[in-house]
Write a new protein. Structure first.
Length: 262
């Protein structure tokens, strides 16, 4: 039960959607630094190329990219086709790409629901569905393939901000992940969710600029999340150490959902 083997992700093939920036980049770097081959997907080809250049300079593992706009349904199929052509299998799928929309209750538009639920929920299902044969091809009896869904504590609690579609989409993602865990477990594929609290990301940039002190004061550990926090959790779930975890929703938030003001 050597720790270097127990938590190893060396030579595993990983797909991280939205892997060029923010939380996705943190996850990608964690896997590459520990010897995995990571494919990042994003609609921003320039950001993907730069991220891969920086990730490949780390050594140990490697990074490639597949440019894809997950708002376009046809790009979901193209990611699966590219992975089939290049690798023929996939050990770990990290569904990280996401969208948010904040607006007052009285004016919150229908377009927000369409945009946020499409990317945060519908495309997660469709991409997972498309790469399931590749996940099955990589699965071993004692080392199943993994689906890691990046959820949010806002899908577990009621947020103060008016992000109605986002909160609903993440709550839906958490339950979809459990449904997939039951359905895909017999195929040798686990499905788990990381419900992230506040991290430095493009999505959180404006909020942190205005409210970082307030946010940190509400975290029992007194800080926002670090790259090591989310990368470490993904490496655990992707390694033999996490091979029997299935259908879990892990709050990675420093304790915000258990904090009490009374």
């Amino acid at each position: 039960m050597d720790i270097s083997n127990l938590f190893s992700v060396k030579d595993k093939i990983v797909l991280v959607t939205g892997g060029a920036k923010g939380i996705g980049r943190m996850i990608s770097e964690g896997f590459v630094s520990n010897g995995a081959k990571v494919y990042i997907s994003s609609r921003d080809a320039k950001a993907c190329a730069q991220a891969c250049k920086e990730l490949n300079a780390l050594g140990k593992g490697s990074a490639e990219y597949i440019t894809a706009d997950l708002y376009k349904e046809e790009d979901v199929k193209r990611i699966a086709e590219e992975l089939e052509k290049r690798e023929g299998k996939l050990h770990i799928l990290v569904n990280n790409s996401g969208s948010n929309w904040g607006e007052s209750y009285s004016t919150y538009p229908s377009t927000a629901w369409d945009r946020v639920l499409t990317l945060n929920l519908k495309r997660v299902f469709q991409l997972t569905q498309s790469v399931t044969p590749l996940l099955e091809a990589a699965s071993q009896p004692t080392d199943p393939s993994r689906i890691i869904n990046i959820g949010s504590v806002d899908g577990l609690r009621v947020p103060a901000l008016e992000t109605f579609a986002y909160s609903a989409s993440k709550a839906g993602l958490h339950h979809l992940s459990r449904v997939l865990a039951s359905h895909l477990g017999p195929k040798g594929i686990t499905s788990n969710t990381i419900a992230c609290g506040p991290f430095e990301s493009k999505m959180m940039k404006a909020t942190l600029e205005q409210f970082k002190d307030v946010i940190e004061s509400g975290v029992p550990l007194g800080r926002i999340g670090s790259p090591q926090d989310v990368a470490g959790t993904c490496i655990w779930l992707g390694s033999k150490a996490g091979g029997w975890v299935n259908g879990a929703t892990i709050a990675l938030d420093g304790g915000t959902i258990v904090a009490s003001k009374l």
